[in-house]
Design a protein around this ligand. Structure first.
Ligand SMILES: Cc1ncc(COP(=O)(O)O)c(C=O)c1O
Length: 320
């Protein structure tokens, strides 16, 4: 049984989006604000870290070590968690060292993380090497996988589904950004455990759905197994739309630019260029194509990421 520590401001609010709904001619839209989880500017990873950091503390670890892109929201939230708990933090960031320190990277440094740069292809190898080195150096490291997406991190979104079930809104669809899969795996398992009747639709940020839905199904099943809960899903029960990630990870297209601008100009809500901007672009496209029924209620689950708005190359491309 994994204990949980409190890091996030929960429950996160649910707001209606009437001006956005009207501008699209329906359906009814709502947003769940996990960009407001609080710690270190918030985001979805803080929910996962309530379980991952609890496990690290239970094991007597002294250093959190993880990996992500240079503008990783995950790494920024790990760095904030480490600081709050008085632990060290090592981040293996994929991509070259940028000329200017902006956005998430700036926050990583404010939180005192030790940063190592690597290439995307060497990311996991470098993470493992750093972990071994930190062990030898007596730093008692705790390795958090890419995106915090393992059977411990997924518990954060299982718990989030429990939270939603107590908030009184029963959406027909939950739509959100899915990337390393832990958020979706937790939502799927939590939906089953709470008797949620709607659909859970991940908009893929990076991966094609055939491989990705199998990976998420594995994570759901592993998490259920470790909870000694006898239930499983098959990949075809995992709803992933991969139509909006074909430009590649972190590539800003007119679709993300429109989504970020539309949410900002109708509702005063900030999305991020890489994850929530892409997921919202998918949501807008599906609404315009008539994918949802007019009477359905849609919940867009905001997963955070706004610090990347303030970083090159995104900051310039977003406004005219
Ligand atoms: C802002 C934001 N939204 C969504 C995701 C995707 O969550 P997951 O990796 O659990 O699929 C991430 C992952 O880094 C993220 O930073």
């Amino acid at each position: 049984m994994i204990e949980r520590i409190h890091l996030a401001h929960l429950p996160t609010p649910i707001d209606a989006l009437p001006r956005l709904s009207r501008s699209l001619g329906g359906p009814q839209l709502f947003i769940k604000r996990d960009d407001l989880t609080g710690l270190g500017l918030g985001g979805n990873k803080t929910r996962k870290l309530e379980y991952l950091a609890a496990d690290a503390l239970a094991k007597g670890s002294k250093t959190l070590i993880t990996t992500g892109a240079v503008q990783s929201n995950h790494c920024r939230q790990v760095a904030a968690t480490a600081t709050k708990l008085g632990l060290g933090c090592q981040l293996i960031l994929a991509g070259g060292e940028p000329a200017e320190v902006q956005g998430n990277l700036l926050l990583d440094k404010l939180f005192g993380a030790q940063i190592f740069y690597t290439s995307k292809s060497n990311r996991d190898k470098h993470l493992q090497e750093r972990f071994e080195q930190a062990k030898q150096d007596g730093m008692k490291p705790y390795l958090i996988p890419y995106g915090g997406s393992n059977s411990i991190g997924a518990l954060g979104y299982l718990n989030a589904m429990q939270e939603l079930s107590e908030q009184g809104l029963e959406p027909d669809w939950i739509v959100f950004a899915s990337s390393s899969g832990g958020t979706q795996a937790g939502l799927i398992l939590g939906a089953h455990l709470t008797g949620f009747m709607g659909q859970i639709l991940g908009i893929s940020i990076e991966y094609n759905s055939d491989h990705f839905s199998a990976q998420i199904a594995d994570l759901v099943n592993q998490t259920a197994m470790e909870m000694e809960y006898d239930w499983s899903v098959t990949p075809d029960e995992v709803l992933i739309n991969d139509s909006y990630c074909q430009a590649g990870y972190g590539v800003l297209t007119p679709a993300e630019i429109e989504a970020v601008n539309l949410f900002a100009s109708t509702e005063g809500i900030l999305l991020d260029p890489v994850y929530t901007g892409r997921a919202a672009a998918g949501l807008l496209d599906l609404i315009r194509k008539g994918f949802f029924k007019p009477e359905e209620k849609l919940l867009f689950w905001h997963t955070g990421g706004t610090p990347a708005l303030f970083a090159e190359p995104y900051s310039q491309g977003l406004v005219k």
